[in-house]
Design a protein around this ligand. Structure first.
Ligand code: SF4
Length: 487
């Protein structure tokens, strides 16, 4: 035990485990240059639900340790799954007993890499008069701000820090972050993701700045623009439609389908924007890749699949260019699945946001849900039209039952009719009524609440911070919404 965990770390774990009454604790262990765990800190207590948080907290060369209160150190199936995810990220996985005397090394720690720090003179030379930029970029003007920004980015890489930089228009910011990022990726073999908001900027990076660094900067690296799944043609769906062309016999759609088939034979990447025409959304939906309809390795077209080819290219790239929405989709998948193979992006260690002022909006639209009185009433209206009682799913169902249930099943007919007429239809009316009453009164209370808030004027926008949330109004509002959901 002493040979791979230092005494101080053993004592810390023993005390922490004793404090929790011998329950399970996950520890993050930091190793020294010999791979010995010299420091530990508790990450999560008594639960495996925090696996995603554990994965986020670890980095290459660390060890995750946890105790088995039973004293049996044999890894369970969930242990092996976590160990394999961590192992892929260069993180070790140990199981110990409650006294921290015995240890099972499920995955040994990986030797920490020697980090090659970025050199400021090397970066300065690139931007300086007579440097790579001035010799190769027509109209290049040396700007101190650009060099300073490149230094700040390099500093953030070297010291594992977060840098927040505001650069005015014309600073040349993309090269100011790209150069240090690429140098870091090449020297330290670490993948870097650059996330932007607009397609224009992604194209500028992929078509102009990155090729410039590859051709004139003497830097050998691979960069890929990663797009969402629905941008790619699904060969399986296309073949299925080709075999059943009668589905597309409406005016215009047959022609578009033929054009798509023709294009599928010559396109290089199978990506929607490689098309010379813009297909109607409803047609593209029929032929694009969708996660829940994809057979993955079991699909007969997997080897030639455009989407998976793009994914394999991304897995081999040093620099990935993505948009904010795709990045957040990746974060959401990783949070849900605990970092398994369904993540959209391959593992990466460094992230640069450009056009970061859009992040809040993108993250909000991605991780929030929206409820409105109108939306709720619309859903309820689909069940039964609020004014034309014979329209809607419930009355249609009622009519269908009286038409189609045979006489000999009279008892069933009575039971189903009673369910519809006496329970579901009246319940819809009660629920619609509650939605209107509760949300109307909530709206009035909210207006009154905001009127008391002297600071807000013009557009009424309120951030629900912990300080705001202590107001009793929010507890009442929460209870009102829960009341609707309970119904
Ligand atoms: S692997 Fe999936 S996306 Fe690719 S062709 Fe098959 S079903 Fe379509």
């Amino acid at each position: 035990m002493k040979s791979y965990i230092a005494e101080k770390a053993v004592l810390t774990m023993r005390e922490e485990i004793a404090e929790t009454g011998g329950n399970e604790i996950f520890f993050l262990g930091r190793t020294d240059e010999n791979g010995i765990v010299v420091e530990v800190e508790p990450l999560a207590r008594g639960s495996r639900d925090a696996v995603a948080a554990i994965i986020i907290a670890t980095s290459f060369g660390d060890v995750v340790l946890h105790n088995h209160p039973s004293g049996d150190l044999t890894p369970s199936q969930p242990d092996l799954e976590v160990a394999s995810i961590l192992g892929n990220q260069g993180v070790g996985f140990y199981i110990i007993d409650n006294a921290a005397e015995r240890c099972y090394q499920a995955v040994r720690p990986f030797a920490r890499k020697t980090v090659e720090h970025l050199s400021f003179p090397e970066i300065e030379q690139f931007f300086a008069p007579g440097g790579v930029l001035s010799r190769n970029l027509e109209g290049y003007e040396h700007r101190d701000e650009q060099t300073r920004m490149a230094f700040d980015v390099a500093e953030a890489f070297n010291r594992e820090r977060v840098a927040v930089i505001e650069a005015g228009t014309g600073t040349g910011k993309s090269l100011a972050y790209l150069l240090p990022a690429v140098l870091w990726s090449v020297r330290n073999r670490e993948r870097i993701v650059i996330s932007t908001n607009t397609i224009n900027l992604q194209e500028q990076l992929i078509k102009k700045d990155i090729p410039f660094l590859q051709q004139k900067g003497g830097l050998a690296f691979r960069a890929v623009l990663v797009k969402g799944r629905s941008n790619y043609l699904c060969l399986r769906k296309l073949k299925a439609i080709e075999a059943e062309p009668s589905l597309f016999k409406e005016e215009g759609t047959a022609g578009e389908l033929e054009a798509l088939v023709e294009w599928s034979r010559k396109t290089g990447d199978g990506c929607r924007n490689d098309l010379s025409f813009i297909p109607r959304d409803e047609i593209w939906q029929e032929v694009c890749c969708e996660a829940d309809q994809c057979g993955r390795v079991k699909c007969a077209h997997y080897g030639k699949c455009f989407f998976y080819t793009a994914r394999r290219e991304a897995a081999g790239a040093d620099v990935l260019v993505v948009n904010h929405a795709l990045l957040f989709a990746d974060v959401a998948v990783r949070n849900e699945t605990g970092y398994d193979s369904s993540a959209i992006l391959p593992p990466f260690t460094r992230l640069i946001f450009d056009e970061g002022h859009h992040l809040e909006d993108t993250a909000t639209s991605f991780f929030s849900s929206r409820t409105s009185r109108h939306g709720l009433l619309q859903i309820l209206g689909r069940l039964q039209h609020p004014r034309k009682a014979q329209r809607g799913i419930l009355p249609q169902l009622s009519a269908k039952i009286s038409r189609e249930v045979p006489e000999e099943l009279d008892a069933l007919f009575i039971e189903l009719s009673a369910l519809l007429e006496e329970r579901l239809i009246p319940q819809r009316i009660i629920l619609a009524d509650s939605v209107t009453k509760v949300l109307d009164s909530l709206g009035l209370d909210l207006l009154a609440y905001l009127k008391n808030d002297k600071k807000s004027s013009g557009e009424r926008k309120l951030r629900l911070t912990a300080a705001v949330y202590v107001d009793p109004f929010w507890r009442t509002a929460e209870e009102a919404v829960l009341q609707i959901s309970r119904q």
